[in-house]
Ligand binder design. Structure first.
Ligand code: F3S
Length: 524
């Protein structure tokens, strides 16, 4: 199925999909979730009247497209564990070992709600052949951020938990909200669309605050940024959702989490446990692909990630040839955006939940090529391959020949370094062109905490950016790009390969994007 045929329910990862279809108080088990190779979003789409407001949000089928754009036949489970043939019957046959404490919870010793949560968690683990539950550390990260009608049953379930006083074992971070009526949709037409499209946003925010999420200034998909502060120690078992965060956390921080669906994180958080399988295990973190990057110049990180995602789908790649872009093999606040861009593309064009970069990421530094499994496959990414991949990026604008109308920068959310870099790039280019204002609005997606730092440390630049029409906003750019009433009238441009996958927004390298922002034209 072509990605444009689809309306996507939630960007970035699968919802705890069974919840959407039961209508009863208790969701179907996660075992049922994995009982078919059909994607979660596909099933959600079939079983629901899709929300009209979702407009033109697209869906990456994540079923494995080769660099030529043709299907490879490989299926994804959306969990980071290659168990695409998982069956409900298998899950019923497998039974993980529970401790006495866990069994007591399952039997209702800590109340009916916690027993239900444990039932879901055990079924989820059984479906993937987990042998045990492990205690979680660090802090969870949730991708449950859309207060739309189709999330009602899940929000209600979590509300029931909050009402009886259940809470996350640690304060947790949450993805950005899908709208921002202060800085972006600050006009009556868009506000109407937003309030009609997301009637449960207040309920969802209320659930989060009671379960242990901090205030909205910390909302971000890049929860690992210093300003947001959710960066557990390497080796920590955690439950994270949000494909780009999971991918970055597993790979760059060295934490251990699977690619959880929406809602599963909160369940794990309230129990303080997760089933041990997939990317949380040594074996599951081994690489099935050796990706050799042999471009003559610094690669286009988004295109590289797209190529890897399409090739590996959800298998783990071991990537060589990138260490020269990380001085001393160090990932720092000033260069982490390179891995953020590449990784999020692997996670959206495919379903990669972990990658290793030779000489750079922690597992690779410790174990090197021993991470490769026997019989691994090799993929070479060179200049010709990069050209091929970029050549598959279609122009999906409603009016193909029209001029661009908005720029989307920061999916995943911008780092402080990126905000400063883009502020200077655009304002200096405008100065050079004798202009004060960009030709099109430039949405700079970032957590409020990053925006605040920019104002504090680079006040003059922040003012200049604002005057230039660069709007700092803490919302999710893809939710905006796909909003009904917006997607039909907008021809967006971006440097995010993830935004490209999920929307009609067109992808350009940074230097071209700056020109577009200044002139309002796509260079021929
Ligand atoms: Fe973040 Fe939304 Fe992109 S959650 S990664 S800005 S799709």
């Amino acid at each position: 199925m072509k990605r444009r045929d689809f309306v996507k329910a939630i960007p970035a990862t699968a919802v705890l999909p069974a919840v959407l279809t039961t209508g009863a108080g208790m969701p179907k088990t996660a075992a049922a979730q994995t009982a078919t190779t059909e994607s979660a979003v596909t099933r959600a789409a079939k079983s629901l009247n899709l929300p009209d407001y979702a407009g033109k949000i697209l869906h990456s089928d994540m079923d494995g497209l080769g660099p030529d754009g043709k299907p490879t036949g490989q299926k994804a489970t959306f969990t980071g564990a290659s168990k695409a043939d998982a069956k409900a019957e298998k899950a019923a046959q497998h039974q993980m070992t529970l401790t006495q404490e866990e069994q007591d919870i399952l039997d209702g010793k800590d109340g009916e709600e916690k027993a239900k949560l444990m039932k879901i968690l055990v079924a989820y683990g059984n479906a993937f052949g987990a042998e045990e539950l492990v205690d979680l550390g660090g802090a969870p990260h949730s991708n449950l951020f859309v207060g739309a009608q189709y999330m009602k049953s899940l929000i209600q379930m979590l509300d029931e938990c909050a009402k009886v006083g259940l809470k996350s074992y640690a304060p947790y971070t949450v993805n950005p909200r899908p709208y921002d009526v202060y800085n972006v949709q600050n006009n009556p037409k868009d506000m109407t669309l937003v309030y009609e499209g997301y009637p449960l946003q207040r309920d969802l925010d209320y659930v989060h605050v009671r379960l242990g999420a901090p205030d909205l200034n910390y909302r971000s998909c890049a929860c690992y940024l210093d300003e947001v502060g959710n960066a557990p120690e390497p080796g920590t078992y955690v439950a994270w959702a949000e494909s780009s965060a999971v991918n970055y956390g597993n790979s760059v921080l060295g934490i251990r989490t699977n690619r959880n669906g929406s809602g599963m994180v909160e369940i794990c958080a309230m129990l303080g446990k997760a089933p041990l399988f997939g990317l949380m295990t040594d074996e599951g973190r081994r690489a099935k692909w050796l990706v050799e990057v042999k471009t003559s110049k610094e690669p286009d990180w988004g295109a590289l990630g797209t190529a890897i995602g399409r090739k590996c789908v959800e298998d783990v790649p071991y990537i060589t040839g990138l260490d020269k872009y990380f001085e001393g093999g160090k990932v720092t606040p000033d260069n982490l955006h390179l891995l953020k861009a590449m990784g999020s593309a692997t996670a959206s064009s495919g379903a990669v939940g972990l990658y290793h970069v030779d000489g750079v990421t922690p597992d690779a530094k410790e174990k090197g090529r021993d991470l490769l499994v026997e019989g691994y496959q090799t993929y070479v990414y060179d200049d010709a391959e990069q050209k091929n991949v970029i050549g598959t990026f279609e122009n999906l604008w409603p009016e193909k020949e029209g001029d661009p109308t908005a720029a989307f920068i920061g999916c995943p959310h911008n780092t402080y370094h990126e905000m400063v870099k883009w502020g200077r790039l655009v304002t200096e280019a405008l100065d050079k062109a004798g202009k004060e204002e960009a030709a099109i609005p430039v949405y700079m997606f970032c957590p409020n905490k990053v925006r605040d730092r920019l104002v504090e440390e680079e006040g003059d630049l922040a003012s200049k950016m604002k005057r230039a029409g660069m709007h700092a906003t803490n919302m999710c750019g893809v939710s905006y790009a796909g909003m009904k009433g917006f997607s039909e009238r907008v021809r967006g441009v971006t440097n995010s390969a993830k935004t490209r996958v999920y929307s009609t927004v067109r992808y350009f390298p940074d230097e071209i994007l700056v020109k577009i922002v200044v002139t309002g034209k796509v260079p021929s």
